[in-house]
Design a protein around this ligand. Structure first.
Ligand code: G3H
Length: 485
């Protein structure tokens, strides 16, 4: 069945429920605007609460059967999905580019990374085993007791994906949920919904049993809290902004949550660092996809002895970055919407007004913010603490490793940090004191490889992702005790 309604203007995409593509009974749609062409890329359905109820009902029905289907059988559908994604990579990349303004090559890499993610998820799940425990290993415990500990699915998982990886971060929730025997309600970011439709088209082609996954699109005010508070949802995996994540955590009932939220990852540059290499990593970490990554380097904490030299190298590197359209493979592309660009511009203005120096950048054309380096940033400036999700990097000069650690940890976020030094003992001494989920030594902050645990602490999240962690988070342990007669 076709996903789309043909129209002389923009394409209208349907939502997916019980293995069918449907128009909503609301008869309402949402326009999705391209962040760079500013044209309507397409329209998605604004579905009703009754349709959410239906999707969750079908999910439970399908899950009852799916949970008893063998792992090898589940694997077949997921492998088929991965293959379909590879086959559709150009078509999906085109949509990702138009919808969220990511360069075509990066969008295509996202699709391939997703197929690899799905395959690894299958393989990891196939190799996960429960454990057994003898009763007599505890004082007074009887040798006649044997506990068999297995992992069982949670039921129906609500997967909420962000705009910046509309396919990869969606599949990173859907694949482990399905592989472990759950059903899924997938709610893409509104801007990212069409990419989500394409991803589900690929999954639909795998022949996955009907009802196991629904794609729900709509207005947050109608279906957002409704989904989160719904009695039929047994687990939520969310990636997105911190404010939304915190709100969601207050609304969700007593169900497991995994939240991947914002960050303010520091790049700490010691005075013995290889400054050229550090600069390469900082530029790539900070400016890829215009800094619209939760793991982007969002501040540089540099030892004052090498600050001038580092700033000189960073300036030269930033000025080499291509700026413009994702269709021209630019690194710096327009931000997702006007509000995001306004926010970044506000951070830059605030810093300048409070005495920061513009090393380069500070130019704007609609949603396009030129890559901006701000030096001599101090703690009274918003850009020192706020997450811009845009191409601006504040440079904060520090006198010692202790001061770098103190400034790094003062942030309300705790996703990742990078430390640049040639002294491995120094790197570990700093890393051990940094309050983040991960620390990168002599490399940029980033989530992958995707089987590594990925953890946000403080306002950067709850729970853990990474393939094995995601599989575990979508199951619970169940203990069956054999009392040997
Ligand atoms: O935006 C959040 C993503 O999880 C970051 O992933 O480090 O692969 O860009 P990435």
């Amino acid at each position: 069945m076709s996903t789309v309604l043909t129209s002389t203007k923009a394409t209208t995409y349907k939502f997916y429920i019980k293995g069918e593509w449907r128009e909503s009974k609301s008869s309402q749609t949402i326009d999705i605007y391209s962040p760079y062409s500013h044209e309507v890329v397409g329209k998605v359905q604004a579905i009703t609460r009754e349709e959410v109820d239906e999707a969750i009902h079908f999910a439970h029905e399908a899950q009852k059967v799916w949970k008893d289907i063998s792992l090898q059988e589940r694997a077949k559908y997921l492998y088929a999905w991965a293959n379909e994604l590879v086959d559709m990579q150009e078509e999906i990349a085109e949509i990702i580019m138009k919808e969220v303004g990511k360069s075509r090559s990066d969008a295509q890499k996202e699709v391939i990374r997703t197929a690899e993610f799905i395959r690894y998820t299958v393989e990891e799940a196939l190799h996960m085993h429960g454990e057994s425990m003898r009763g007599d290993s505890f004082p007074g415990g009887a040798a006649s007791k044997l506990a068999i500990v297995q992992r069982v699915p949670l039921g129906v998982v609500l997967a909420v994906a962000p705009f910046n990886y509309p396919v990869n971060l969606a599949a990173a929730k859907v694949a482990p949920a399905l592989m472990t025997g759950n059903a899924v309600i997938f709610k893409p970011a509104t801007q990212g919904s069409i990419s989500g439709v394409k991803m589900i088209e690929a999954l639909d082609k795998s022949g996955l049993p009907k009802g196991l996954i629904s794609l729900v699109t709509g207005r947050g005010s109608i279906i957002g809290d409704y989904l989160v508070e719904h009695d039929g949802i047994n687990m939520i995996s969310f990636t997105g902004g911190t404010n939304t994540g915190v709100h969601l955590a207050t609304k969700a009932k007593m169900i497991p949550l995994v939240l991947e939220l914002g960050g303010k990852d520091p790049g700490i540059v010691c005075d013995d660092a290889d400054l050229k290499e550090a600069a390469v990593q900082i530029i790539s970490g900070a400016f890829s996809y215009s800094g619209q990554r939760c793991t982007a380097i969002k501040r540089v904490l540099v030892h004052e002895n090498v600050a001038d030299e580092l700033v000189k190298i960073l300036k030269a590197e930033v000025e080499k970055l291509s700026v413009g359209s994702p269709e021209h493979e630019s690194t710096i592309v327009p931000l997702i919407d006007k509000a995001s660009a306004d926010f970044v511009e506000g951070l830059i203005d605030d810093a300048i007004q409070k005495g920061a120096t513009v090393v380069t950048g500070n130019k704007r054309e609609r949603n396009l913010i030129y890559p901006t380096l701000l030096d001599h940033v101090t703690g009274n400036m918003d850009v020192a603490w706020e997450e811009p999700f845009g191409p601006v990097v504040p440079i904060i000069r520090v006198k010692s490793d202790e001061e770098a650690i103190q400034v790094a940890n003062k942030s309300e976020f705790g996703l990742q940090a990078s430390i640049f030094t040639k002294d491995i003992n120094r790197a570990f001494a700093i890393a051990n004191k940094i309050e983040t989920g991960s620390v990168q030594i002599n490399g940029r902050t980033e989530r992958g490889p995707d089987h590594f645990p990925f953890i946000g602490v403080k306002k950067s999240g709850m729970g853990a992702q990474g393939i094995r962690k995601s599989l575990e988070s979508m199951t619970r342990e169940k203990v069956t005790v054999l009392n040997i007669q």
